[in-house]
Write a protein that binds this ligand. Structure first.
Ligand code: ADP
Length: 501
């Protein structure tokens, strides 16, 4: 039977999703289900791995049934997932020994402080491309081995397996026959040497993690196994972490290609080709999704508070009924009347790295209205993104000819125009904003020949709207100088606080 579809399993932090794409890269069926967030203590976040598996299976079955797709019509499965989240399970019973420890979980911060005090910080940066943090998987695995009864003994006897969520899904899809992860997910564990593309023995030994627990690392675009869970044999042919999948889904195949996601937080990735650019500004160096033949790297920067600032306007400030309404207010005034809002609610990430910085509003005068306030908040998403663009341009030494956008707040036309204006770059918004799932399906479809090559995929990429810079260099310079001063205020506030202590 003719192959018609590729399935993307999109296992996110709050929901599991399955999307069926056709040859033109169009969504033909999509089902989503939220699952439980478990908060055992302040700062701790867990998921039930069995619930991750059952919701992901459930939505996939439903998405297939919804359009009555036959197994024979499905060319391949691609997987994309919340990154860094850690599952450890018993290879004999297939049962997890503990809940999944989610990327957001801060329980192992002390371990990272100790790692830095032990002088391992530079080593981590050099080998893994990451800034040492509890966010990544390494310290989470160590926590499970050190705190779950009997886990260490079982691990040393070779009975336990570790995986990020992709590995956990593949293991279950193949009834325990295949234990793999792809390079993009491996690059987020803080145990993977991104230059040699192998697990780093020194880091494994530092964290006390037996190598027998670890999955085999495979390219993102390659057949790694097959599943019979859907009534016939379907190859599992693509795997990538969510942000890398989104870059691929945006056709970010070449050096200099950039995508930025405006979700709750913001994530920007720039493809740097075969060059693993080491960042001096606290951007992360990570592996981009690619095929068997080559490895590609990316620089990654994140904005902690992006769409979350709009939620804050809606839920705490009660200035908006809906997030979308922010656009109306932005357009009701011609500028912010000199106001800048820096939404550093939980510190500032790259390129500032000021964890004690706090949200700051500057430039208030008697004439400032709610419209100005909303506009200044929306503009802050663009300024923060622009800070990442500036850092990436400098570090990668590459021009950014255009920026491909996705995520909830990319629907805001005012924001997109303002981004284009202050970053002096063309913005391209695709018609399919489900770029994460699309990226996973492209990886899988390429591996099995459903799509012939990247050119065919590029032809699928349709631009819904472009935005071009419209302001003068003088106006841009003035706006950016104001933002830089506002950021200084947010940082100064934190510094004063430290002095008082
Ligand atoms: P996530 O995947 O992180 O849950 P989404 O990509 O679904 O996030 O985006 C949701 C975020 O986008 C929310 O924070 C919301 O406030 C914001 N958002 C959605 N629509 C708009 C809009 N039109 N203007 C500004 N922000 C928006």
């Amino acid at each position: 039977m003719e192959k018609k579809y590729v399935i993307a399993m999109d296992q996110g932090t709050t929901s599991s999703r399955a999307v069926l794409f056709d040859r033109q890269g169009r969504i033909v069926s999509m089902v989503q289900k939220e699952f439980r967030q478990i908060f055992p203590k302040p700062g701790w976040v867990e998921h039930d791995p069995m619930e991750i598996w059952s919701t992901q299976m459930g939505v996939t079955m439903e998405a297939i049934q919804k359009i009555d797709a036959k197994t024979d019509e499905i060319a391949a499965i691609g997987i994309t997932n919340q990154r860094e989240t850690t599952v450890v399970w018993d290879a004999e019973t297939g049962r997890p020994v503990y809940n999944a420890i989610v990327w957001q979980c801060r329980r192992t911060s002390d371990m990272i402080d100790k790692l830095k005090a032990d002088g391992m910080g530079d080593y981590v940066r050099e080998k893994t491309g990451l800034v040492p943090d509890a966010y990544f998987s390494a310290s989470k695995i160590a926590w499970i081995l050190n705190n779950v009864d009997g886990a260490r003994e079982k691990a040393e006897a070779g009975r336990l397996r570790f995986g990020t969520v992709d590995s956990w899904l593949v293991w279950n899809l193949t009834d325990g026959r295949v234990h793999v992860t792809d390079r993009t997910n491996a690059s987020r564990t803080m145990l993977f040497d991104i230059h040699r593309l192998e697990w780093d023995k020194k880091l494994l030994s530092y964290f006390g993690i037996p190598e027998s627990m670890l999955p085999e690392v495979v390219p993102s675009c390659a057949v790694c196994g097959g599943t019979d869970k859907f009534g016939g044999d379907v190859p599992i042919a693509g795997i990538a972490g969510d942000q890398q999948a989104a870059l691929f889904g945006q056709c970010g195949f070449g050096p200099g290609d950039v995508k930025t996601t405006y979700g709750t937080g913001g994530f920007m990735l720039m493809n740097t080709g075969s060059d693993a650019v080491r960042s001096e500004k606290g951007l992360l160096t990570t592996v981009a999704a690619s095929g068997e033949d080559s490895v590609q790297y990316a620089l990654e920067g994140s904005v902690f508070v992006a769409g979350a600032a709009i939620q804050w306007l809606r839920d705490e400030m009660r200035m908006l009924r809906t997030s979308a309404q922010s656009e109306e207010y932005c357009r009701a005034v011609s500028d912010t009347n000199g106001v800048y809002i820096v939404p550093a609610f939980s510190g500032m990430g790259a390129p500032y790295w000021q964890q004690y910085a706090r949200g700051t509003i500057v430039g208030l005068t008697r004439g400032v209205s709610k419209e100005h306030f909303v506009r200044a908040t929306v503009e802050s998403l663009a300024y923060q993104t622009n800070d990442l663009i500036r850092a990436m341009k400098e570090e990668a030494g590459m021009a950014i000819s255009s920026l491909k956008v996705d995520g909830g707040a990319s629907a805001n036309d005012f924001l997109m125009q303002f981004q284009s204006d202050i970053s002096d770059t063309r913005i391209e918004r695709p018609s399919c904003v489900e770029t994460t799932a699309l990226g996973a399906s492209y990886l899988a479809g390429l591996a099995v020949g459903f799509w012939a090559d990247r050119d065919e995929i590029r032809r699928n990429w349709r631009c819904e709207r472009e935005f071009y810079p419209r302001i003068t260099p003088e106006e841009r310079g003035k706006l950016l100088r104001g933002w830089d001063r506002a950021v200084k205020c947010a940082v100064y506030w934190a510094k004063e606080g430290e002095d008082d202590e």
